[in-house]
Design a protein around this ligand. Structure first.
Ligand SMILES: NC(=O)c1ccc[n+]([C@@H]2O[C@H](COP(=O)([O-])OP(=O)(O)OC[C@H]3O[C@@H](n4cnc5c(N)ncnc54)[C@H](OP(=O)(O)O)[C@@H]3O)[C@@H](O)[C@H]2O)c1
Length: 271
């Protein structure tokens, strides 16, 4: 059973490219009143039916201003899709604390900041749907993207806990977990400044594998479809693995740990 998105005030973060762009477009097609956020409105390409606003998820005042302006125009936000994020790349030993903090500041604290600005309105309204875009690396390890994986694991624990706290107010918090998906994520990846020679060969192999997998990745439309499902299902699931993520999620749950470890290392060509 599904409800309609018609005229629901909806905020999607990070719609300048990739998955967020596709989500905003689909939700607008489904009749939602969609506000899509970018950091640089001047260079943003328009999306039919989507009102573009400026929002930087790492900045309190930017988030509060954006939320207030939406509420003034369109009333309380009913649906929120926390999509904005980027990937940090580098061996964990090569990653500085500052680089790790920046990764969490966007992928994890960014979600908290936006969610906390919107939750009071959802509670008062007695209704809200929050969909956080996690990743298969929210339940799998990611060598050379360990801090990225840690930020998505944190998002997983946060979302499940939040869902238990806010359900009695008519609000649900849910996760969509894409696998490799075609987007601009490779171009936006931030590489650790320090490069240790001992990791060079393996880091390059993994980097090539990840880049190639994203090039051949899933269509972002299937992620948008999963978000649409999560926002409209009357009894939503907590987690929506998407595309190749569905198989990975099953393997993680049902294959014995030792066997999984072996095949994982083989797939990533780890020495
Ligand atoms: N592509 C994949 O294989 C994949 C797989 C699993 C999960 N994901 C997740 O999907 C989400 C979208 O990624 P994507 O693949 O579509 O990558 P993308 O094409 O690089 O898009 C990322 C979006 O996030 C925005 N963003 C980044 N940092 C921001 C900040 N500090 N404040 C506000 N907006 C910010 C970017 O806006 P600007 O233009 O302003 O930089 C851009 O619109 C991310 O959370 C990512 O972790 C992606």
């Amino acid at each position: 059973m599904h409800t309609s998105l018609a005229n629901k005030t909806t905020l999607v973060t990070g719609v300048s490219s990739g998955i967020g762009r596709e989500i905003a477009q689909l939700l607008a097609e489904q009749g939602a009143r969609v506000f899509g956020t970018v950091r640089d409105p001047q260079s943003a390409k328009p999306i039919r039916g989507v009102e573009i606003i400026r929002l930087e998820v790492t900045d309190d005042s930017s988030v509060n201003e954006a939320v207030q302006s939406i509420v003034q125009k369109a009333g309380p936000i009913q649906c929120l899709v926390n999509n904005a994020g980027y990937a940090a790349f580098g061996a964990l030993e090569e990653t500085s604390l500052e680089e790790a903090r920046q990764q969490f500041e966007t992928n994890f604290f960014g979600v908290l900041r936006v969610t906390n600005a919107i939750l009071p309105g959802m509670r008062q309204n007695g209704y809200g749907r929050i969909v956080n875009i996690s990743s298969v690396v929210g339940f799998l390890p990611a060598p050379y993207m360990g801090i990225y994986a840690a930020s998505k694991h944190a998002l997983d624990g946060y979302t499940e806990s939040l869902d238990h706290e806010v359900r009695r107010f008519g609000v649900r918090a849910l996760l969509v977990q894409p696998a490799y998906t075609k987007s601009k994520i490779t171009g936006n990846t931030r590489y650790s400044r320090v490069a240790l020679e001992v990791y060079a060969d393996e880091r390059k192999r993994v980097n090539d594998l990840v880049e190639q997998s994203i090039e051949q990745g899933d269509d972002p439309r299937i992620v948008a479809d999963a978000v649409h499902h999560a926002l409209t299902a009357t009894s939503p699931r907590l987690r929506y693995p998407v595309g190749k993520g569905i198989t990975l999620s099953r393997l993680r749950r049902f294959v014995p740990a030792g066997m999984f470890d072996k095949s994982f290392r083989k797939q990533f060509q780890l020495d």
